[in-house]
Design a binder for this molecule. Structure first.
Ligand code: NAD
Length: 477
């Protein structure tokens, strides 16, 4: 422990105005939902924040019709230079309202303000800026001289990065000339609804962006709607499979960004302190609720003790608590269901014989919390080595040779990301070539950039988001 204690440093929530209830955003207006209502909960306290409208199949139908009208009458006819102006305007408003967005995201999701303020919201703005730049240059993107939009895009996103996933979906779709109907996750709808206000503030033509809130049923109605030309989904592999079945046999273009079980591989020549920071970032960022989290640490056997001692020491300094406190490293788990999933899988880890360790860590009484945890003595057959836990839980395995590291890293049905820690550049390149993962980070982890493509192999999905590659998903190529 450090010599000094930290005094509380809470960010004020006065900047956000959470209304008692929210409607759907269709055709540029907020309209009542006809499917009922549900509550969004503050995961740090368990208190209900607001009533959210549940979109029925008829509401989804109205939203798709509004998107179609906007596509045919306005957006597809507008030159790229004009579309770019709207995207630049949205990006600038996001920057102007960054604090409000960051505070609201922390309250609704449970992630620390340090992350929403320094990572999520700046990246959201960066994605809109990046794709604004592409809107009038599509003919230079390598997809032919006159690339055409697809039409109406149905977009379904998860709760772990509510605003960032919205940006990954909406920014390239609009830049390419599509209109969208987006469904945020049921536990984190508030920032998407604030984004709807931003669309109005930017004078975006009515119907170009529509937001329908609801749970799985609403999402299923949206992706199955016959008026949709493109489906983009980020979420679990199970739901991704279902969506692939729904879309099969239709003309709809589909991209899927699904789960992961990434290996973070540390060789004996890696700088230990730097690797420890990378491991902390790889599994405790956003409470480990990250599809590309480095949830399997593969450490070379000869440095296992030294590395794990340093990692345990560092974990002892992590501060868990109020997500709005600027000193908080680990916030709340997003929902009671997610907490139950993490609890069940970690209990299975112990039952299967792995050794569990957490630093001394007092959990708040209310809300949903899980202490940062590592498991050692993990074997490749344990559930905690195979299944995505989606929580602050690291499974440690060892290896002796690069070949063994590759075999173990690739021994997973997923393939979203991986990390390599070593001093040797040649080893980084040879490992990156052999790892079956969409993104390989070298001597760093969880770095995102709007210019860089992101996506998976195998059960982690197909298609790429981000950069030049991300345009392809929204163009008729
Ligand atoms: P989820 O699949 O349960 O839900 C994701 C979204 O799909 C939500 O909006 C949900 O309402 C909706 N949905 C649920 N059932 C549906 C159906 N039948 N048809 C259409 N939509 C439906 O996943 P989750 O628990 O919200 O998110 C966690 C998962 O998402 C993890 O497995 C994680 O790895 C994955 N994820 C992947 C990425 C990526 O980029 N690859 C990013 C974030 C999260």
């Amino acid at each position: 422990m450090g010599i000094f204690d930290y005094a509380p440093a809470p960010e004020s929530r006065a900047i956000v105005d959470i209304k008692p209830s929210y409607e759907l955003f269709i055709g540029g207006e907020f309209v009542p939902a006809t499917g009922g209502a549900f509550k969004s909960v503050n995961p740090a306290t368990g208190e209900a924040l607001a009533e959210i409208g549940e979109a029925s199949a008829q509401d989804v139908d109205r939203a798709v019709a509004a998107a179609r009208r906007a596509y045919e009458e306005v957006w597809s006819r507008m030159p790229g230079t004009e579309r770019a102006k709207y995207l630049f305007r949205i990006a600038r408003i996001i920057q102007e309202r960054a604090r409000e967005l960051a505070v609201l995201e922390s309250i609704d999701n449970g992630k620390p303000i340090r992350e929403t303020r320094d990572v999520d919201v700046p990246l959201v703005a960066a994605h809109f800026f990046h794709y604004a730049g592409w809107a009038d240059k599509l003919e230079f993107a390598g997809y032919g001289p006159n690339p055409r939009a697809l039409g109406v895009a149905a977009q379904v996103i998860p709760w772990n990065f509510p605003l960032l996933m919205l940006a990954w979906k909406i920014a390239p779709a609009l830049a390419c000339g599509n209109t969208v109907v987006l469904k945020p996750a049921e536990t984190t709808p508030l920032t998407a609804l604030l984004f709807a206000e931003i669309c109005r503030q930017a004078d975006l033509p009515a119907g170009v962006v529509n937001i329908v809130t609801g749970a799985g049923e609403t999402g299923a109605a949206l992706v199955a709607h016959p008026g949709v030309d493109k489906v983009a989904f980020t979420g679990s592999t199970a739901v991704g499979r279902q969506i692939a079945r729904t879309v099969a046999g239709s003309d709809k273009k589909l991209t899927l960004e699904l789960g992961g079980k990434a290996a973070n591989i540390v060789f004996d020549d890696a700088p230990i302190d730097q690797a420890v920071e990378g491991i902390i970032d790889s599994i405790f960022f956003n409470q480990g609720q990250v599809c590309c989290a480095g949830s399997r640490l593969l450490v070379q056997e000869s440095i296992q003790d030294e590395l794990l001692d340093a990692l345990r020491r560092r974990m002892g300094t992590l501060r868990l608590g109020d997500p709005l406190d600027k000193n908080t490293d680990i916030g709340a788990i997003n929902s009671a269901e997610q907490l139950a999933r993490i609890t069940e899988l970690t209990a299975a880890g112990e039952a299967e014989g792995a050794e569990r360790w957490s630093p001394p860590c007092e959990l708040p009484v209310n809300g949903f919390w899980f202490a940062p945890t590592i498991f050692t003595n993990v074997s490749a057959t344990h559930r905690i080595a195979r299944e995505e836990i989606f929580g602050p839980v690291l499974s440690v395995l060892t290896f002796r040779t690069p070949d063994e590291a590759i075999a173990k890293a690739n021994n997973t049905p997923y393939g979203l990301s991986a990390g390599v820690w070593t001093e040797k550049g040649s080893r980084i390149l040879s490992m990156a070539k052999r790892l079956r993962a969409g993104v390989v980070w070298a001597n760093t982890f969880n770095k995102f950039d709007p210019t860089s493509p992101f996506g998976g192999y195998k059960e982690s999905g197909y298609g790429r988001e981000g950069g030049l590659h991300g345009l392809e998903a929204y163009l008729d190529v």
